[in-house]
Design a protein around this ligand. Structure first.
Ligand code: AHR
Length: 908
C-alpha cells in the first residue's frame, strides 16, 4: 500500500508539472476597437506575428466592432480571466476610463495603443505622434506652395486622439500661413459621397489644390468621388497611414491616386515587446512614441521595397515560428512520452521493489508458519500421544472392569445354581430353612443385574446391540415381570397394580431388551417409593395414533424438575437421591426403547411417571431387526421359560454306567467343574480338561458331547471348538460353548467355530441339562438317517457336511476292498488316518454300531444287490462280497435279513 501511494505521488507530480507547462503561458489580452480597416487588420496581424515568436505568449484579440459597450465588456472579461496584461486600442477617450482603472487596481497592467484616454491611470501608451503627423502633412502642402493654395481638410469624425491631434498639428502649420487658404474643413466620418461630393459641387469652379484626409482609405474614397466629377487630376490628395500592400497608401502614392501619405505605424509588434517588458518588471516609459515620415513619389518605391523585405522577413519568421512550434509540440509530446516512460519505469521499479519485499516478507512469514506448524505438529503429536495413552489406559480400565464383570458371572452362576439346588432339595424334603435362601437368591439376582447393566453399557457404547424383535403379547409380557415384583410389593405394603385397556395387544419387542427396561424402571420405582406407597403399570392402546404407551408411575420422592431433562444421560444421579446408583439404567432403557423406534418421557407430579411409547406393527423395523423365533441365547435366570422344563421328551435311555453318554467338560474354574460334575454325573460319564489338553482329550476319548468354556489358559474355547469341528475324528461331536461373553460378535464367533450351542453365564443348569439332552437326541436322529442311507452316502466335495464326507470316504474304501476277505478294521483306520479306537468311537457315535458290524453290513448290502441283479452263484457272490466262506456268508445274511441268500433270490 505504501508503494502504491508513492507511485500515485510520482504520477501526480509528473502530470501536474505537465499542467504547469500549459498554464504557465503569458496571457496577453488585446481589445481592438474595430477590425474593419486595413490599418487595424495590419495591427492585429503584426501583434500575432510578434506574439508567436514567444512560445510562452498567448495573445487573445477581442474586437469591439466600433461599440464602446462591447469594449468595456471585453476588458471586464479579460479582468475576470485574470490575463497577465491588457492592451487596449480605445474607441472613445472617456468611456473606458473606469474599466482601465479597475484593471490597474486589480494588478493587471494596461497599455494603450494608438489612442489615449482621458485619464493617466494606465501603465503606458504606445503609438505614433499624431500632432507630428498633422504638422508633417501641413508642412508638405506648404513646401509645395509657389502661390496661394486652396485646401480642404476631411477630418476623422470621432473624438479619438488621432482624429483630434492630426487636425490640431495640421492647423498649427497652415492656420497662419498666408499661402494657404483652407476652403473647408469637414467631418469625414459617415458616407463621403454625402459630405465630400456636395462640398466639391458647392465649390464649383473654384480650384482645389490639396485635400488632406484623416487616413488613406478616406482619401481613396474622396479621390473616387472627385474622379466621378472629373476633378481627380485637379486635386492633390494627401492621406495618413502609408500601409504597404495592394490597397495600402504606398501603392496609392505609386499609382498617383495620392500625392502623399503620412507613415503611421500600427505599433503591433512594438506593443507586444513593450507588454513583455512590463511583465518582466523592466522600467518602461509612460509615453512611447513611434516616428512618422512623408511618403511621396520619391520614396514610395524605396519604402515599399523595404517594407516588402520586412514583410518577407515576417513571413519567414512566421515559418520559423511554425517550425519551432511544431518542434516544440514534438518536443512536448516526446517529453510527455519520456515522462510517461519514467513513470512506468518508476512503477515497474516500485513493483519490483515491492515484489522483492513481498517475497522476502512471504518467505519470512512462511518460515514463521513452518516453525509454528512444527510446534503445532509437535504439540498435536504430544496431544495424540497423550490421547492415545489415555485411550489405552481407559480401554485397559474398561477392559479390566468388563473382564472383572465377566469373571463375576461364573461365581454368581455357582451361587445361583447352588441356591437353586438347595431350594429344590429343601422343597423336596419339605424342610423350612428361613428366608436366607430367598435373600441370597434375591441379592445374587440383583448383583447379576447390576453386572449385566455394566456390560450392557459397554456393549451399547460400542453400538453392538442389534434389535431382535419377536411378536409378543405386551400384557402377558408385562404380567410376567409384574409377578416378579409382587412379592416385594406385598412385603412393603405397596399398592402395586397392572392395568390395561386391551389385554391382547401384540407388539414386536426384543424381549431381552424390553425385560431390562421394565426391570430397571420397576426397580427404580420400588427403590424410591416408601412403604405403603403406590406403583402402577398402565398399558394404554392408542388406536388413533397406532401406538401403545406403558406408564410406570410411582408415589416416590420424584426428580427435581430442573433435572428432568438430564435423567436419561449416562451416570445421572438425582440431587435428592441418597441411594447407591450406577446411573446407567435409565440411559440404557432410553437406548433400548429407541432401538424399537419408540421413545420414553418422564413426568414428575407427586412421584415419578415414566411413559414408554411403542409403535404397533413391524413396518418401522428393518427385516434384520425382526425374528420369528425366540433368541437361542439364554441370557440369564429370568429368561427361563416353562418350555425348557420338559425333561421326559429328551431323556436318554439306559441306566448302566457303560451305556451312559460321555461328556468332556473343558473348564478351568474348579468350582464350576465340581458343580457340573455333581449335577451331571448321574446321567453322563464325565471327563474333564482345564483347557491345556482339551484337544488331545477330545481326540483320545471321542466323547458324545463337549462342553467348553471360552476364557481358557492356552487356547480359547472358540479355537478348541474349531479344531474339533474341522477334524474328521471329532467333527461329529456336539459342542456347547459356555461363556460370560454375551455379545453378538462372540456368539457369531462361536457359530463360526462350529459350536452347536452357545450358553451365556450365568446359565441355568436346567437349560444346560436340557440342551445336552437335545443335542444327543439330534445326534440320534442323524444316526438313524445315516444307518438307513448307507449306500446313498458317497464321498462328497469339501462343501459337504464333514460326517457325510467321512461316511462317503469310509464307504469308498470298503467298496474298493469289497472282495478282500483279509481287509481289516486296522487297514481301514490306517487309510482314514485314525487309530482303531478312534475309528471305533467315531463310527459308533455316528452310526450307532461298531466298525466291524458296519463293514459286514456293507458287504451284505453289496451281496444283496448282486443277488438281485446278477446270475452269479451264491458262493461266488459270498466271495465277491468279501466273506471268507459261503457258510459264513449265508449265516450272516440270514442274521441280517431273516432269510438265506437262496431263499432271498427265489423270492425276487
Ligand atoms: O486611429 C488611427 C487611425 O485609425 C488610423 O489612421 C486609421 O487608418 C484608423 O482607422
Amino acid at each position: 500500500m505504501r508503494y502504491l501511494f508513492y507511485i500515485s505521488f510520482v504520477m501526480l507530480f509528473v502530470f501536474s508539472s505537465c499542467k504547469n507547462d500549459q498554464s504557465g503561458k503569458i496571457q496577453i489580452g488585446f481589445s481592438q476597437c474595430t477590425s474593419n480597416s486595413h490599418w487595424r487588420k495590419n495591427m492585429n496581424y503584426s501583434m500575432q506575428v510578434q506574439a508567436s515568436v514567444f512560445s510562452n505568449v498567448e495573445l487573445s484579440i477581442y474586437d469591439s466592432q466600433n461599440s464602446p459597450q462591447n469594449q468595456i465588456k471585453d476588458i471586464k472579461s479579460m479582468i475576470r480571466n485574470e490575463v497577465d496584461i491588457i492592451i487596449v486600442s480605445p474607441l472613445e477617450p472617456h468611456l473606458i476610463v473606469d474599466v482601465v482603472k479597475e484593471a490597474e487596481n486589480r494588478g493587471i497592467p494596461v497599455i494603450l495603443l494608438d489612442r489615449k484616454i482621458n485619464s493617466n491611470a494606465y501603465t503606458a501608451f504606445l503609438g505614433a505622434d499624431n500632432l507630428e503627423v498633422g504638422r508633417k502633412a501641413g508642412d508638405y502642402i506648404v513646401s509645395s506652395a509657389k502661390e496661394k493654395l486652396n485646401i480642404i481638410e476631411v477630418k476623422g469624425g470621432d473624438k479619438s486622439t488621432p482624429a483630434v491631434e492630426r487636425s490640431l498639428g495640421f492647423h498649427q502649420v497652415i492656420d497662419n500661413n498666408s499661402k494657404i487658404n483652407l476652403l473647408r474643413s469637414i467631418d469625414g466620418s459617415g458616407d463621403l459621397a454625402e459630405s465630400f461630393g456636395p462640398l466639391l459641387d458647392s465649390l464649383g469652379n473654384q480650384a482645389i489644390d490639396f485635400a488632406y484626409f484623416f487616413n488613406d482609405e478616406m482619401a481613396m474614397e474622396g479621390w473616387k468621388i472627385a474622379k466621378a466629377k472629373g476633378l481627380e487630376n485637379n486635386i492633390k490628395f494627401i492621406g495618413v497611414d502609408g500601409l504597404n500592400g495592394p490597397d495600402g497608401g504606398i501603392q496609392m502614392v505609386q499609382d498617383g491616386v495620392l500625392e502623399a501619405s503620412l507613415l503611421y505605424p500600427t505599433g503591433g509588434a512594438e506593443v507586444v515587446k513593450l507588454a513583455l517588458k512590463v511583465l518582466n518588471g523592466e522600467e518602461v516609459a509612460k509615453n512611447n512614441l513611434l516616428s512618422t515620415t512623408i511618403i511621396d513619389q520619391f520614396n514610395a518605391s524605396i519604402l515599399k521595397d523595404q517594407l516588402n523585405r520586412i514583410h518577407q522577413q515576417q513571413i519567414e519568421i512566421e515559418d520559423q515560428v511554425e517550425i519551432i512550434t511544431k518542434k516544440e509540440e514534438l518536443f512536448a509530446s516526446q517529453n510527455m512520452l519520456v515522462k510517461a516512460l519514467v513513470v512506468f519505469l518508476l512503477i515497474i521499479l516500485s513493483l519490483t521493489v515491492y515484489s522483492v519485499y513481498s517475497i522476502r516478507a512471504i518467505r519470512k512469514k512462511n518460515r514463521q508458519l513452518e516453525i509454528t506448524n512444527k510446534k503445532i505438529t509437535v504439540q498435536r503429536n504430544q496431544i495424540e500421544k497423550i490421547a492415545e495413552e489415555i485411550k489405552i489406559t481407559n480401554e485397559a480400565k474398561i477392559n479390566f472392569f468388563t473382564g472383572l464383570s465377566h469373571e463375576l458371572k461364573t461365581p454368581l452362576t455357582l451361587i445361583l445354581s447352588s441356591i437353586e439346588s438347595i431350594d429344590e432339595m429343601v422343597r423336596e424334603r419339605g424342610v423350612r430353612i428361613g428366608n436366607e435362601v430367598e435373600l441370597i437368591q434375591t441379592n445374587s439376582n440383583r448383583l447379576l443385574r447390576l453386572i449385566n447393566q455394566l456390560l450392557d453399557f459397554r456393549k451399547n457404547e460400542e453400538q453392538k446391540f442389534q434389535l431382535k424383535a419377536s411378536r409378543t403379547n405386551l400384557f402377558e409380557f408385562s404380567l410376567n415381570i409384574f409377578k416378579d415384583f409382587k412379592r416385594e410389593a406385598k412385603k412393603r405394603n405397596i399398592d402395586f397394580k397392572l392395568e390395561s385397556n386391551k389385554q391382547d395387544l401384540m407388539l414386536f419387542l426384543d424381549r431381552n431388551l424390553m425385560d431390562k427396561v421394565y426391570f430397571n424402571l420397576l426397580s427404580n420405582a420400588f427403590k424410591f417409593t416408601p412403604d405403603n406407597g403406590t406403583i402402577t403399570i398402565t398399558i394404554l392402546d392408542d388406536e388413533e395414533k397406532g401406538c401403545v404407551s406403558v406408564h410406570i408411575k410411582d408415589s416416590g420422592i420424584g426428580i427435581p424438575e430442573k433435572e428432568l431433562k438430564n435423567v436419561f444421560e449416562a451416570f445421572f444421579k438425582g440431587s435428592n437421591n441418597r441411594k447407591n446408583s450406577s446411573g446407567v439404567g435409565l440411559h440404557l432403557s432410553k437406548q433400548f426403547i429407541e432401538l424399537h423406534k419408540g421413545y420414553i418421557n418422564v413426568n414428575c407430579l407427586k412421584g415419578t411417571e415414566f411413559i414408554i411409547t411403542l409403535r404397533k406393527g413391524k413396518t418401522h423395523l428393518n427385516d434384520d431387526e425382526i425374528t420369528e423365533e425366540q433368541d437361542i441365547i439364554a441370557s440369564n435366570f429370568l429368561d427361563l421359560s416353562p418350555e425348557y422344563t420338559n425333561d421326559d421328551f429328551f431323556s436318554v435311555q439306559g441306566d448302566t454306567e457303560k451305556e451312559k453318554p460321555s461328556l468332556l467338560i473343558v473348564e478351568d474354574n474348579k468350582d464350576l467343574l465340581m458343580f457340573l460334575q455333581k449335577k451331571l454325573t448321574a446321567e453322563y460319564k464325565i471327563y474333564f480338561s482345564d483347557g491345556t489338553n482339551a484337544i488331545e482329550k477330545a481326540f483320545d476319548l471321542i466323547p458324545d458331547v463337549i462342553i467348553c468354556d471360552v476364557n481358557l489358559p492356552e487356547m480359547n474355547g472358540f479355537e478348541i471348538c474349531k479344531i474339533i469341528k474341522e477334524d474328521l475324528r471329532t467333527s461329529h461331536i456336539p459342542t456347547v460353548i459356555l461363556t460370560a461373553l454375551s455379545d453378538k460378535d462372540s456368539y457369531l464367533e462361536g457359530l463360526q467355530a462350529g459350536a452347536d450351542l452357545y450358553l451365556t453365564k450365568p446359565f441355568s443348569y436346567a437349560v444346560l441339562s436340557q440342551s445336552i439332552k437335545s443335542l444327543l437326541y439330534n445326534r440320534e436322529n442323524l444316526r438313524y438317517y445315516y444307518t438307513n442311507n448307507i449306500y446313498k452316502v458317497r464321498q462328497t466335495n469339501s462343501s459337504g457336511n464333514l460326517e457325510q464326507i467321512f461316511i462317503g470316504k469310509l464307504n469308498e474304501i470298503i467298496q474298493n476292498n469289497i472282495d478282500n476277505e483279509d481287509f481289516s478294521v486296522e487297514n481301514l483306520a490306517d487309510r482314514l488316518g485314525m487309530s482303531r479306537s478312534q475309528l471305533y468311537r467315531k463310527v459308533k457315535a455316528i452310526l450307532g454300531m461298531s466298525i466291524s458290524e458296519y463293514i459286514i453290513q456293507f458287504r451284505l448290502e453289496i451281496a444283496k444287490n448282486m443277488l438281485s441283479t446278477s446270475t452269479l452263484s451264491i458262493s461266488e457272490i459270498g466271495y465277491k462280497s468279501g466273506f471268507s466262506s459261503p457258510n459264513y456268508f449265508s449265516t450272516a445274511f440270514k442274521k441280517q435279513y431273516g432269510s438265506s441268500p437262496l431263499s432271498f433270490r427265489k423270492v425276487i
